[in-house]
Design a protein around this ligand. Structure first.
Ligand code: UT7
Length: 327
């Protein structure tokens, strides 16, 4: 027994911010952003929340799978931008979609979040604990970026994607997952500081001194990490599942930067056409990027039953990994 994705859904905010819009507020240009990243526009919330987008993506995934909310036993929401400290976004989604029989919790692994959540749901399903799960990635990165910092604000976007995952004879064949906490500082964002009766926030409690209240990133370090570790872990997964790189129909990677994806394709000797991209329209939506792209391909009829798909995520933590599945 394994787990199979039987339906997908996504939800993007209505508001579109183009590179030219950003050039009005920071010293940048469409030319710089699009050539360095492949991003041309992104969506950002204006009224939507992480939970409202997640719930809408979940409804669409359930409809696509032909599964009712009442049948769902497990909801995992991958997010690093929850609307509330608690309850978790997954519990809000459970309420919104009326999945009263589900256990619901959030999982935080930044841009690898959807992949790790899918693997977690798979582990529950493979061991027979649950049979039907909803795995969701939802992010509102627009509240974590400093809109005065051109090195980060041009990269990110908001959105949500979801997948219904069910017990099946065919589906997920294997996965690999990694973390390297020692490199955590290359991409991080401070949480609420400790300030209480006996400790002032200026005294510092963190393992590092926060340099900003917003998301900070050493872009070049993250770039180098991604182009090395992603092909490495995909190769390992292909060995594990006894697959040649050219036997995979689609490589669906986290949508951070088109140059990262092109470099991975080149290092693997696989035609770039098998690495679909949509960061041109949505930017980097962290945990939501893989399920949004998966849903687009699914709804465009590009995914055929039996096709071999590799999903790969990478990001803050550092975290990275890949999963291989039969569609
Ligand atoms: O989800 C995973 C998280 N993130 C990633 O995967 C991101 C990985 N990294 C990257 O995608 C790239 O490193 C970036 C797109 C972030 C940056 O591209 P880069 O080619 O590494 O540029 P850079 O940081 O080396 O900056 C080159 C120049 C600098 O100017 P000087 O020092 O050469 O004069 C920057 O100040 O570009 C400047 N710059 C900009 N110029 C115009 C940085 N951001 C901008 C901007 N517009 N938005």
């Amino acid at each position: 027994m394994t787990s199979r994705i039987t339906g997908t859904g996504s939800c993007l905010p209505a508001e579109i911010i183009t590179n030219d819009d950003l050039a009005q507020v920071v010293d940048t240009s469409d030319e710089w952003i699009s050539t360095r990243t492949g991003i041309r526009s992104r969506r950002i919330v204006k009224g939507e929340s992480g939970a409202s987008m997640a719930a809408e993506a979940a409804r669409r995934a359930l409809e696509n799978a032909g599964v009712s909310a009442g049948e769902i036993q497990l909801i995992i929401v991958a997010t690093c931008t929850g609307d509330l400290q608690f309850p978790g976004t997954a519990c809000v989604v459970q309420k919104e979609i009326q999945a009263d029989g589900a256990v619901a919790f959030d999982l935080g692994a930044a841009c690898s979040g959807f992949l790790f959540a899918l693997n977690t749901a798979h582990a529950y399903i493979q061991t027979g604990v649950y049979q039907k799960a909803l795995v969701i990635g939802t992010e509102v990165l627009s509240k974590l970026v400093d809109w005065k910092d051109r090195s980060t604000c041009v990269l990110f976007g908001d959105g949500a994607g979801a997948a219904v995952v069910e017990a099946s004879e065919e589906g997920l064949q294997g996965f690999v997952q990694y973390s390297d906490g020692k490199k955590g500082e290359v991409l991080s964002c401070i949480s609420r500081p400790v300030e209480n009766l006996i400790h002032r926030k200026e005294e510092g409690t963190d393992y590092r001194t926060p340099v900003s209240d917003y998301l900070t990133m050493n872009g070049q370090e993250v770039f180098r990490f991604a182009v090395k570790k992603v092909p490495e872990c995909i190769h390992q997964l292909l060995d594990q599942t006894r697959t040649r790189a050219d036997q995979v129909d689609w490589y669906i990677l986290h949508q951070a930067n088109s140059r990262i994806i092109q470099s991975v394709a080149k290092r693997m000797g696989v035609d770039e056409a098998r690495f679909p991209m949509n960061m041109d329209r949505y930017g980097n939506t962290s945990a939501a990027s893989i399920p949004i792209l998966l849903d687009e391909l699914n709804r465009e009829g590009k995914l055929a039953r039996g096709q071999q798909i590799v999903l790969a995520g990478f990001g803050a933590g550092l975290t990275w990994g890949a999963a291989k599945l039969t569609w």
